[in-house]
Write a protein that binds this ligand. Structure first.
Ligand SMILES: *Cc1c(COP(=O)(O)O)cnc(C)c1O
Length: 356
């Protein structure tokens, strides 16, 4: 944190607050970390998704296949371009889009697949990329929860045509406010995304394209640069915490009572440690834990196909049973970097007491 504080002060003294050298250096450092040639700093993870879609000219008449079990921004961004989100159910173990169900959702209007690496674990990118290649579709990775996660040695966000990251404070790599990043595989499209980031302006005040304000602050870039060298160490710590939870649950005989999160794809970063609580007991357990000042969260209680704003897409309850069951059962436990072994034991003991 001292590094971040010093970096923050140097930006304040420089007076260079939007884009500029700090942002350019962050882009180079993130690109090197992710193993890609191009990265673009943007205003948020949501804007990363929107800008990537706009760069690829996704819009009215297009369909983009994605998961209904994710944060709203995934499908919200697709809709904001004028395109239609088309949902495909998830795998019960990884909570990520089920590649075996993707092909049935492809129509002549399908332009792209947007997998999400939920809770910090990569979706099955080999299978997804193979389908995309076969049907000539683009792949937009929503890696907002998975900075630093890997899939067979490749970084989350480096495997598709576009990779979208969030630097929201609670993400794996978080700033002191909003921020995000887009990786763009195609060099010409990268140049286009850069122009769209500043209202499509190139040269300044001349607009061939309509973009937006998708800029990141230099203050955020400076903080992120100070933190990036520690990311892998922090993620190793997070993984250690996750494995300890699993071990503590197993020792307490709870591994058959609650569902523990398997590492389906090695390289899981456990942005969230999410258990499944069956038989309609999830909300009661959550309340019992809150009584003991153990704060948990539900990511996400309503799958996107059942959100009011998507009613005109025509989905109904029962369309995606795996996602709907997950929404009823998931519970994220305290698993941030600061959680101690004693706190984890306290959480597991409280859960054991509930099920006695
Ligand atoms: C956080 C998140 C986003 C949006 O990121 P912001 O930086 O908050 O805009 C998008 N998709 C997923 C899956 C997320 O978890």
């Amino acid at each position: 944190m001292e590094g971040a504080e010093a970096a923050w002060m140097s930006v304040i003294r420089s007076g260079y607050f939007i884009l500029g050298p700090q942002v350019e250096q962050l882009e180079q450092e993130m690109a090197a970390y992710c193993g890609v040639s191009n990265a673009l700093g943007v205003s948020s993870g949501t804007d990363a998704l929107l800008l990537a879609l706009m760069t690829a000219d996704i819009g009215a008449g297009d369909e983009v296949i994605t998961t209904p079990f994710t944060f709203f921004a995934t499908a919200g961004s697709i809709s904001r371009t004028g395109a239609k989100p088309v949902f495909v159910d998830i795998q019960p173990d990884s909570f990520n889009i089920d590649p075996e169900k993707i092909e049935a959702a492809i129509t002549p209007n399908t332009r792209a697949i947007m997998p999400v690496h939920l809770y910090g674990q990569c979706a099955d990118m080999d299978a997804i990329n193979a389908i995309a290649q076969k049907h000539n579709l683009l792949v937009f990775e929503d890696a907002a929860q998975a900075s630093g996660a890997t899939h067979k040695g490749r970084q989350a966000g480096s495997m598709g045509d576009f990779g979208c990251y969030s630097f929201f404070p609670t993400k794996n790599l978080g700033g002191f406010g909003d921020g995000g990043m887009v990786t763009v595989r195609d060099a010409a499209l990268f140049e286009k995304s850069k122009i769209l980031r500043v209202h499509g302006s190139a040269p300044k005040y001349y607009h061939k394209l309509i973009g937006g304000n998708f800029r990141i602050d230099a203050l955020q870039a400076a903080v992120l640069r100070a933190k990036l060298p520690f990311l892998d160490t922090w993620l190793a710590f997070r993984r250690g915490n996750a494995h300890r939870y699993t071990q503590l649950f197993t020792e307490a005989g709870l591994d058959t009572v609650v569902g523990l999160p398997p590492e389906v794809v090695p390289g899981h970063t456990f942005n969230q440690y999410v258990i499944r609580v069956r038989d309609g007991k999830r909300d009661a357990l959550r309340a019992a834990l809150a009584e003991k000042k153990i704060m948990t969260e539900i990511y996400y209680p309503v799958p996107l196909h059942l959100q009011e704003c998507f009613a005109d897409l025509g989905y109904k309850a029962g369309d995606f049973p795996v996602s709907e069951q997950a929404a009823d059962e998931v519970l994220a436990l305290p698993a941030a970097n600061e959680v101690t072994e004693a706190q984890q034991k306290h959480v597991v003991a409280a859960i054991r007491a509930f099920f006695k």
